[in-house]
Design a protein around this ligand. Structure first.
Ligand SMILES: Nc1nc2c(c(=O)[nH]1)N[C@H]1C(S)=C(S)[C@@H](COP(=O)(O)O)O[C@H]1N2
Ligand SMILES: [Mo]
Length: 342
C-alpha cells in the first residue's frame, strides 16, 4: 500500500483552528483575481534592528535600519487569515504588520521603511507573465488565468534575509513546477531566469540620481531547484493577495535560499541553457553568488551568517543549514563544495 507522507510544510484540514479563521481564506483563494489590488492594511512601526555589516557602497545590501513608515489606511474589516500560528518547527508566525512594513524592494527604495508608503499606487492589474525560451508550450499568461488554473495553497515558510534577519510568513501560492510542466521545458533547458517589471515611472528606485544598479532585477534557479516541491510562486500572504511591497501580484518564494533570490513582481520567466547572472551577482559578484543557499557555516564577507534576528523577537537564534529545509533540498547539492558554490 502506498502511503503519502505528508510534507513538513503541508497543513491538514483538521489542524485548522476555527478561531483563527477570522476571514474565510477561500474568499481570496477563489476570487483572488477580482480583489487583487486591495491594499487596506494599516501601516505599523517596524522593528529597528541593529545588524552587522552596515554598508557604505551602493553595490551591497544595506544595513537594515528602516525608518518607521508613515501610517496607511486602517484595515477596514480585513483580517489576516491563516490555518496555524507556527511553522513546522514551532516558530511563531511573524506579525502581518511587520511583513508588510519592513521590506527590501530596491525598485521603490533602499530604505526598508519607505517601501510600503512608496508602493501603494503600484499597478498590479492587469498583469501578464511571459513564459518563454527553451519550452515547447510557452506563452503569455494573465495573472487571473494562473490563479484560476492552479489551486492556491497555504505554505508557511521561514524567510532568511542575507542581512541576518528573518521572518516566518504564511504564503499563498502555487508550485512553480506546475507552471513549468505546462510550458514543457525542452531537454536543452538547464536554468530558469526570472525578471521583475522594468518601469521607472512606477519604480522611483529605477531612475534618478541614486540609481546605481543595472535594472531590471533578475534572478535564476537551476531547473531542478525550480522543480523542487518547496519552490513557490507566491500570490498572497495571510490569506490575502500580495501587497505591492511584498512583490504583488506574483513573486518567487525559495525558502532555503537567502531572501534576495525570492524575486518580486515577476513579468518574465525564461528557460535557458546558461546560468543567469542575477541582479546581486552583477552588482557584487564577490559577495553574492548564484546559489545563495542559507548556510550558517559560510559567512558573508562582511558578517557572520551563524545567527539571525527573528523580526518581532528579542535576541538572536541560530541559523539552520538550508534554513531548516535540509531534508527537502540537501540532495540537490550532493557532492558540491558549498563554500565555493556560495
Ligand atoms: N524585484 C525585487 N525582488 C526582491 C528584492 C528587490 O529589491 N527587488 N529584494 C529581495 C530581498 S533582499 C528580500 S530579503 C526579499 C524581501 O521580501 P519581503 O519584503 O516580502 O519580506 O525580497 C527579495 N526580492
Ligand atoms: Mo534580503
Amino acid at each position: 500500500m502506498l502511503i503519502k507522507k505528508r510534507k513538513s510544510w503541508e497543513i491538514s484540514e483538521n489542524e485548522v483552528t476555527p478561531k483563527q479563521h477570522y476571514l474565510n481564506r477561500r474568499s481570496f483563494i477563489k476570487g483572488a483575481g477580482a480583489i487583487a489590488g486591495t491594499s487596506l492594511f494599516a501601516a505599523c512601526r517596524p522593528d529597528r534592528p541593529v545588524e552587522p555589516g552596515s554598508v557604505a557602497v551602493p553595490t551591497s545590501l544595506p544595513d537594515p535600519q528602516g525608518a518607521a513608515p508613515t501610517t496607511g489606511d486602517e484595515a477596514a474589516g480585513l483580517q489576516p487569515s491563516v490555518s496555524q500560528t507556527t511553522d513546522e518547527l514551532g516558530a511563531e508566525l511573524t506579525d502581518l504588520q511587520d511583513i508588510i512594513s519592513y521590506n527590501n524592494f530596491y525598485e521603490f527604495s533602499t530604505d526598508k521603511g519607505k517601501v510600503q508608503p512608496l508602493s501603494q499606487n503600484f499597478v498590479t492589474s492587469p498583469w501578464d507573465v511571459e513564459v518563454s525560451g527553451m519550452v515547447n508550450n510557452g506563452g503569455t499568461f494573465g495573472l487571473e488565468d494562473l490563479l484560476a488554473e492552479y489551486d492556491q495553497e497555504e505554505r508557511i515558510y521561514r524567510l532568511r534575509c542575507v542581512e541576518a534577519w528573518s521572518m516566518v510568513i504564511p504564503w499563498v501560492g502555487f508550485p512553480l513546477r506546475k507552471l513549468l510542466e505546462k510550458v514543457e521545458p525542452t531537454s536543452d533547458a538547464k536554468f530558469v531566469k526570472f525578471t521583475t517589471l522594468d518601469d521607472p515611472d512606477q519604480f522611483p528606485g529605477q531612475g534618478g540620481a541614486f540609481n546605481f544598479y543595472d535594472w531590471p532585477y533578475v534572478e535564476g534557479l537551476r531547473l531542478d531547484e525550480a522543480m523542487n516541491d518547496l519552490t513557490l510562486m507566491g500570490t498572497g500572504i495571510y490569506g490575502e493577495p500580495l501587497l505591492p511591497q511584498n512583490g504583488a501580484p506574483l513573486r518567487l518564494v525559495v525558502p532555503w535560499k537567502y531572501g534576495f533570490k525570492s524575486i518580486k513582481s515577476i513579468v518574465k520567466i525564461e528557460l535557458v541553457d546558461e546560468m543567469p547572472v542575477s541582479f546581486w551577482m552583477d552588482a557584487n559578484s564577490r559577495e553574492y553568488g548564484f546559489y545563495s543557499n542559507v548556510n550558517p557555516n559560510v559567512p558573508h564577507p562582511r558578517w557572520s551568517q551563524a545567527t539571525e534576528r527573528r523580526i518581532g523577537q528579542f535576541g538572536r537564534i541560530d541559523t539552520l543549514m538550508f534554513n531548516g529545509y535540509e531534508e527537502q533540498v540537501a540532495s540537490l547539492y550532493q557532492g558540491m563544495d558549498l563554500q565555493e558554490n556560495f
